[in-house]
Write a protein that binds this ligand. Structure first.
Ligand code: GLN
Length: 501
């Protein structure tokens, strides 16, 4: 990552990034360009460097902020009409941590409104174009962030991943995208989508940059009770930690009893991977699991070939590749599209025209104000999720849908725990296909949901996943694969990706 110094000033870095952002304006990457604010911060950093003062690890590094992170710089709209005009009085913890190290936000990036989608076409501001083919989607929901990094406008960008929104656009644009273990980075100050699934993460062009950002952003935050103690920075020394520190803060069990057996232990020292019960640590050789259920016609042949090639590379480096059966994963998509809308319906109930952003003028009474504001302010995909969510939670349907999905979620958690007793990491496709054409799926919600077939189970289980670039199709479209690890194996996962880069 290029940081500012006496020769290459922060002002230069920021001006270059802003210029590039303007050059690619028709890609709809940004919802706001922070020209004044970014240049002011750059000047301050340059002055500190000139005075010989110590500056942070991201001094003068221009970055892009997904427009669902709160900060007083520019409106936070989540690319939704209903939040138009909303300027936040608070700053997200992740933003505070990045900026304390000297990073400079040059713009807010486009997303599917409220992060509902897999293409960035559900944005109020128009779709972001793919970095490799302007006729194709950027992926989503963090499409703007992925393209900003892929087109080299910024060094890194933030993202949120509730069901694949970092990993899928990263793979559609040929870069790295990381969804950490649930609770690794504070969600304070990020527009909530589905709170038991939401994770904060990053887009970078190298695994080394990802490692640096993770070491800065991770850690417990009193403002987000779901955050974990900072295991990421302690990972190297974690062999010394006792089991009570490594065990999950709370067992992952949804809708039924606790998962049976011992909780899976977290990240171990890099040289001695922590594994679940019954397996000797495979010191120098890493054991990689390949999910048999994903090796079928529902996945594009070129993606399956890319996976096979990576397996050959792994074997040539002395690692072991093993087949895994994970039959429960077939329930992941259905469970996700019940749990996630249920949480969305609750989180989005606060948007009623009273407190935040847009307010409809087309009403004469209070009920009408709520109704018109929500009708005019939400996109149709937002409404679909609110309606589905309220339906699956309603009395009479709760047991049949929400409770059943919660039980399926526990089985998925257990399936991953079982899988990680047989291997260190799993390697799988991120999505069934490379970037698709703009407009191809936008009017077919089920086709769009199927994009998430292989990404959502990680969010349900709370495990980390790193999208890594894995070449291109014959048509020149990037292919991505995801490396998946047990909870709190984030550091090891990124170290392993460095080896594969
Ligand atoms: N594509 C998924 C959805 O629409 C995931 C979105 C996300 O991770 N924010 O729900």
């Amino acid at each position: 990552m290029k940081t500012a110094n006496k020769k290459v000033t922060a002002t230069r870095l920021v001006k270059d990034a802003l210029e590039k952002a303007k050059h690619f304006e028709d890609y709809h990457i940004f919802t706001f360009l922070n020209e004044e604010g970014a240049l002011k911060k750059a000047k301050e950093i340059d002055a500190r460097i000139a005075r010989g003062e110590k500056v942070g690890r991201l001094a003068g590094v221009p970055y892009a902020l997904k427009d669902n992170f709160l900060s007083p710089e520019g409106e936070t709209t989540a690319s939704a009409h209903i939040l138009e005009g909303f300027t936040s009085p608070v700053t997200a913890t992740a933003v505070e941590k990045l900026e304390a190290e000297g990073a400079i936000m040059i713009g807010r990036t486009n997303l599917d409104a409220f992060a509902h989608g897999s293409s960035t076409e559900n944005s109020y501001y128009g779709p972001t174009l793919n970095s490799h083919d302007r006729a194709r989607v950027a992926g989503g929901s963090s499409g703007g962030s992925a393209v900003a990094v892929a087109l080299d406008i910024v060094e890194f960008a933030t993202g949120t991943d509730t069901g694949g929104s970092i990993r899928q656009p990263a793979s559609f644009n040929g870069i790295y995208g990381f969804k950490p273990t649930y609770g690794t980075i504070s969600r304070y100050g990020v527009v909530a989508m589905a709170s038991s699934l939401d994770c904060i993460g990053f887009f970078t062009r190298t695994p080394e940059d990802m490692d640096l950002l993770m070491s800065i952003a991770s850690g417990q935050d009193p403002k987000d009770m779901t955050t974990l103690p900072d295991y990421y920075n302690e990972a190297v020394a974690s062999a010394k930690l006792d089991d009570s520190r490594l065990a999950p803060a709370r067992p992952f069990a949804f809708g039924n009893s606790r998962p049976k057996g011992r909780a899976l232990r977290g990240s171990g020292a890099h040289s001695a991977p922590v594994v679940a019960d019954g397996l000797e640590p495979s010191n120098s050789c890493t054991r990689i699991g390949i999910v048999k259920e994903f090796d079928n016609d529902s996945v594009d042949t070129e993606i399956r070939e890319a996976l096979k090639e990576k397996c050959e590379l792994l074997k040539s480096k002395g690692h072991e590749v093993v087949g895994l059966e994970m039959p429960t994963l077939k329930y992941a998509l259905a469970a996700y599209y019940i749990i996630q809308p249920a949480e969305v319906a609750s989180n989005l109930s606060r948007h009623d025209g009273i407190r935040y952003g847009f307010r409809s003028e087309n009403s004469t009474d209070l009920d009408g104000l709520y109704e018109h504001t929500r009708d005019e302010g939400f996109m149709s995909e937002n409404k679909r999720r609110i309606m589905t969510g309220n339906f699956v939670l309603s009395s009479g349907f709760y047991d049949a849908y929400f409770l059943k999905a919660a039980k399926a979620r526990t089985l998925i958690v257990q399936e991953y725990e079982k899988a990680f007793s047989k291997c260190d990491f799993i390697l799988s496709p991120v999505s069934p296909n490379p970037a698709f054409k703009l407009g191809e799926k936008v009017n077919d919600p089920v086709a769009m949901y199927l994009e998430d077939l292989m990404s959502v189970s990680l969010n349900l289980a709370g495990v980390p996943g790193l999208a890594i670039p894995a070449g291109k199709t014959k048509a020149g479209l990037p292919v991505g694969l995801q490396l998946v690890g047990p909870r709190r194996s984030d550091k090891r996962l990124i170290e392993f990706a460095k080896e594969l880069a």
